[in-house]
Design a binder for this molecule. Structure first.
Ligand code: PMP
Length: 429
């Protein structure tokens, strides 16, 4: 496969962009080698600057649930853009998108739109602190909530890929207010509340974690989060940036049904544009400015083009789309399991609805320590073999394999055909 165009661009990029990338996990550090520069994408395919085509299993890390350049979303974006790019005033699309989100996720009464998942969790945390008058926050090791200072401790996603304990540049004062606990451990949660309960403003959790690979809550864990936070007067923030509108029409909430105080959303609801949200009952949301004392704002919040893309995407997420995601995910996961078993590679596949990931170890993964015990080098060999055969996985062993409804039978078959060689490559340690 010729990659000279990508390699040249990476050289140029490294001169003017730190590490050559604008988000660390894109740099291939977890798997070695150099990234492909994508020139265009349609349906389930990415095309790089050298003309190589890949079946896409990144899907922009979640948003492209309908596939790339989906005609209805493209039309909505063109239509919105033709009417102006940003007004800095209220506009109808914002209302329509908020209504669509509130209609899908039953406990929601109000949402505030922002431009990234990071902004959503940062703002939800500020609101929880403002509402409770407390400052400490509980997060779980391996959960990633964006690059919010207080939430970078023991984070998943890129932080896991690089095995960073946490980030330089986060002041002790910010980290000091963060209590990091092992996921799926009710005893640790109870002990933390017994010790610090009167200082804890909120517990933030990924609704079903996907940033250390897919590690769903064990039965009863989310309910325990709900019960213990209620008992101590802390808020429960369910981060559905990844799971929202992917795991089901109503996200992970639609599958498990435990009601948090605040939700955060991103990815799918922006349809590939910068749009995200946080929300909850009016009684909490009204503490936000302009009605309340908790300040939160954004020049591009509720941007008319981004909200048009998000609205068209959510409206396109029909029952048929969710049914297709199930079929495609299971076909790919079954193929991966068969190929890895045949090659004798230890692996475990875990699910959250139709969202799945493949761990390169053969025991159940319940928390971040389990996830980190996998064979990331085997994954690296597997990844590169898939890439050479025209399938672009996320370049990290700690990520979801994202599928979209545009993954048709031909795209799925291309993945199935590539798996046996990749599994053999993984086995050759
Ligand atoms: N929360 C979760 C659960 C996420 O998966 C992510 C992004 N991967 C974020 C928050 C941050 O979102 P963004 O990258 O849009 O800031």
């Amino acid at each position: 496969m010729i990659t000279s165009g990508s390699d040249d661009l990476m050289q140029r990029a490294r001169r003017v962009i730190p590490g050559g990338v604008n988000s660390p996990v894109r740099a291939f550090r977890g798997v070695g080698g150099s990234p492909r520069f994508i020139a265009s994408a349609s349906g389930p395919y990415l095309r790089d600057v050298d003309g190589n085509e890949y079946v896409d299993l990144i899907c922009s890390w979640g948003p492209m649930i309908l596939g790339h350049a989906h005609p209805q979303v493209e039309a909505a974006v063109r239509d919105a853009a033709a009417k102006g790019f940003s007004f800095g005033t209220p506009s109808e699309n914002e209302v329509a998108l908020a209504e669509e989100i509130v209609a899908r996720v039953e406990p929601l009464e109000q949402v505030r739109l922002v431009s990234s998942g990071t902004e959503a969790t940062m703002s939800a945390l500020r609101l929880a602190r403002g509402y409770t008058g407390r400052s400490a926050v509980v997060k779980f090791a391996g959960c990633y909530h964006g690059h919010v200072d207080a939430l970078l401790a023991a984070a998943g996603s890129g932080v896991a890929t690089f095995a960073l304990p946490d980030s330089a540049g986060v002041p002790d004062s910010a980290a000091h207010e963060t209590i990091v606990l092992p996921y799926n451990d009710i005893d640790a949660l109870r002990a933390a509340f017994e010790q610090h309960g009167d200082r804890i403003a909120a517990v933030i959790t990924e609704a079903s974690p996907g940033n250390m690979g897919v590690v769903p809550p064990l039965p009863g864990f989310t309910q325990a989060l709900r019960d213990i936070t209620t008992e101590y007067g802390a808020l429960l923030i369910s981060d559905e940036v990844m799971t929202g509108f992917r795991c089901s029409k109503a996200g992970w909430f639609g599958l498990e049904g435990v009601v948090p105080d605040l939700f955060t959303f991103g990815k799918v609801m922006g349809g590939g544009f910068p749009a995200a949200a946080f929300g909850g009952p009016a009684q909490i949301m009204e503490r936000l400015a302009p009605d309340g004392p908790v300040y939160q704002a954004g020049t591009l919040s509720g941007n008319p083009v981004a909200t048009a893309a998000g609205l068209a995407t959510l409206r396109g997420c029909t029952d048929e789309v969710y049914a297709r995601l199930e079929v495609v995910s299971h076909a790919i996961a079954d193929g991966a399991a068969n190929a890895l078993s045949a090659a004798g590679v230890p692996h475990t596949i875990q699910w959250a609805g139709s969202m799945f990931s493949v761990f390169f170890r053969d025991e159940e993964v319940r928390n971040y320590d389990d996830a980190r015990a996998q064979d990331t080098e085997a994954f690296g060999r597997f990844f590169h073999s898939m890439l050479e055969q025209g399938v672009h996985l996320p370049p990290s062993a700690f990520e979801v394999w994202f599928v979209g409804a545009a993954h048709d039978d031909a795209a799925v078959q291309k993945i199935l055909d590539a798996l046996p060689d990749a599994a053999r490559a993984a086995a050759q340690g």
